[in-house]
Each structure stands twice: as structure tokens, then as C-alpha cells.
Design a protein. Structure first.
Length: 346
């Protein structure tokens, strides 16, 4: 079907040209999808052979996918970062989704915008970034949503935006969200506005919005369960009940590290990491900064259990007997304040 005629009015030529390039890509994509659906309708198994589900071991595409994010070592999500969402946070068979963190936001959330798979901006709310990576060529600032940093902790840190890109992205976001005029320097880095009710870019925008829905949904769920009086370690019961196997497994530091959990300390930008000690009888508590290094910012803080309290953190570390943690724990500062923890999903 022929694309509808779109009135351009006084839209700058560079913006019309950018959107025209986008339409070329869109039409190629639609033709490819039509051909694929036609092949599926004809049940052409030779074109789409049945294969086993991919896995890292089978050498499929997951073999080259990054290992699960380690929230304790990966930089904490922060404004100015570019991050890659994991497959379980993208719907269906969507391609890898890269996002940019534009800014801190109210309620300790972050403003996050997706990069698109196109090489030209579709609308005035999309920005040509100037980056050489095809996956990071265009930022859909119009699709910005507020997301919990604890949800984004499941993503991988890719790179940092330079100051020019951060400023440009924020200006395009403001333009899309509030109608604020774009600086003249950005007029040739965005697309033309949508003015026709049947413009295919509206359907495209629905698709981009759907990609952001999972992290928005998780943010709402996490906000509903933010406050927990006492924190429990999920792996602990099995560890206490099966002392010998756990102690044996703990001889390997790599295996011991698997028996642990990480938490964001809500009142700070710090992370609490719990790791089974290699003796199988103690749990190490470590407070780390956003780069994953030990932090002494909360030295003197103690771990409180039913059996009493631990020695104060020194150099960001303390140790607690495994049995003492059976009913959970609290983290208490030297001034008596209890810190709020939120678990980072593995």
C-alpha cells in the first residue's frame, strides 16, 4: 500500500530528508516481514527449518550473548549511561534493546529513552546521535519513561554519552514532551513532525512504546514492595540444612560467589553484597560503590540479627556466622538509623 501523502508546511528540508530516509527503511522492513509471513503461510520448512531452542552450550546466538549482569561489579545505573537490556526484559522476539539514561527523576527514578533499529530519525522526537555504532545511531527521546534503577541493575553497562550528546538528548526530550523549541543546531538531526492520522510512523511509535512496557511494569511492581522490615537471604535455608555440600562447594570461590545476593541501599548510591565464605560457615557482607569497589562510606555500620550484632564494617567489610542469619537481618548505622535494602534481581 502506498504511504499517505504527508503535509510538510514549513518543516525544514533537512528534517523532511531525514524522515524520507526513515520511510525507505520502513518500507524495506515491511516488505521483508510480508515475505516472511507469506513463507510461513505456505509452510515452507526449507526456509525456516525447525531447530532446537538456542543455548550457550549449543553455540547458538546465546553463546555470544553477554553473561548475566553482575550488579555488584557493573556500574550502578546512573544518568549519562548507555545500557543493554537483557532478553527477559524485552518482549517477544524483539532485537537487543539499548537505552540511554537521560537524567535522574523524582521518586529516585531515572529517565530512560530507547535507541531504535533505524538509521534515520522518524520524527521530531528522535535524534541522530552521531555515534558510529548502527544500534546507537538514533535515540527515540519521545519514548522516554521513568524506570527504577533497581530494574535497570539487571542490564549491562555499555558506554557513557559525552556531554554534547547528553545535552542534545535532553533538549530533544524537552521538545517532544513539552513543545519547547529546538535549538537551531539540532534542527538537522531530527525528523519531520507527524501531521496525518494515518501516518505509518504512528504504528511504529506504538511498537517502540511496547518495547518499554516490561521495564515500566517492573518499576510499578518494585515500588509496591519497596519496604521490607527484615531482609532474608534466599539461598540461606538450603545452605544451613546442607552444611557439608555447601562447605564443599565453597572451596571454590567461583561457586561460593553464586551463593550470594546483592541489594541496593536506598538511602545511598551504594550496594550491599553478601557472599558465602569459603569455610561454609560464615557470610561476608561487603558495601560497594557504583564502580563495584569496596566503600568505607558506611564504616561502623553493623549487621543486626536475632543473635546480636556483627562487628562494625571496616573498609566496607564485615562477617556474620551463617547460622545467625536464619531469621533475616537488618543493617543499622552507628547513629541508630536502619537502612532500607532492595534486592537486585539476578
Amino acid at each position: 500500500m502506498k504511504s499517505p501523502s504527508i503535509r510538510t508546511g514549513s518543516v525544514p528540508h533537512s528534517q523532511r530528508l531525514n524522515s524520507a530516509k526513515w520511510f525507505e527503511e520502513w518500507e524495506l522492513e515491511q516488505k521483508a516481514l510480508t515475505a516472511m509471513h507469506a513463507a510461513l503461510d505456505r509452510d515452507e520448512d526449507d526456509l525456516f527449518p525447525v531447530a532446537a531452542a538456542p543455548s550457550r552450550e549449543s553455540g547458538g546466538f546465546l553463546a555470544n550473548w553477554p553473561a548475566p549482569a553482575d550488579p555488584a561489579r557493573d556500574p550502578c545505573p546512573a544518568a549519562g549511561q548507555i545500557r543493554l537490556l537483557p532478553p527477559d526484559l524485552t518482549p517477544g522476539l524483539a532485537p537487543p534493546l539499548y537505552v540511554a539514561i537521560l537524567s535522574d527523576w523524582e521518586d529516585d527514578l531515572l529517565l530512560v529513552a530507547p535507541f531504535t533499529s533505524f538509521q534515520a530519525p522518524a520524527t521530531g522526537g528522535e535524534l541522530l546521535t552521531g555515534r558510529r555504532e548502527p544500534a546507537l545511531a538514533v535515540l527515540a527521546a519521545w519514548a522516554t519513561v521513568s524506570v527504577s534503577p533497581f530494574v535497570l541493575a539487571r542490564s549491562w553497562y555499555i558506554d557513557a554519552m559525552d556531554d554534547d550528546l547528553r545535552t542534545a538528548a535532553w533538549q530533544v526530550f524537552q521538545h517532544a514532551a513539552t513543545g519547547l523549541a529546538l535549538p537551531a543546531t539540532l534542527e538537522n538531526r531530527v525528523g519531520a513532525p507527524i501531521v496525518h492520522p494515518f501516518d505509518p510512523r504512528i504504528r511504529y511509535q506504538r511498537r517502540i512504546s511496547a518495547l518499554m512496557k516490561p521495564i515500566m511494569t517492573l518499576t510499578v511492581k518494585q515500588d509496591a514492595t519497596a519496604n521490607v522490615a527484615k531482609t532474608r537471604l534466599h539461598w540461606l535455608q538450603a545452605a544451613v540444612k546442607q552444611r557439608e555440600p555447601v562447605a564443599l562447594a565453597a572451596e571454590s570461590e567461583a561457586v561460593a560467589a553464586e551463593l550470594g545476593e546483592s541489594f541496593v541501599i536506598l538511602e545511598t548510591r551504594l550496594t550491599l553484597r553478601t557472599v558465602l565464605e569459603t569455610d561454609g560457615h560464615h557470610c561476608d557482607f561487603e558495601i560497594c560503590d557504583r564502580t563495584g569497589n569496596l566503600s568505607s562510606a558506611l564504616d561502623g555500620t553493623v549487621v543486626v540479627t536475632d543473635q546480636g550484632e556483627s562487628p562494625g564494617f571496616v573498609g566496607g567489610q564485615t562477617r556474620v556466622p551463617l547460622d545467625d542469619l536464619a531469621n533475616g537481618f537488618l543493617i543499622r548505622k552507628s547513629d541508630g538509623q536502619h537502612l532500607t535494602l532492595r534486592q537486585i534481581p539476578r
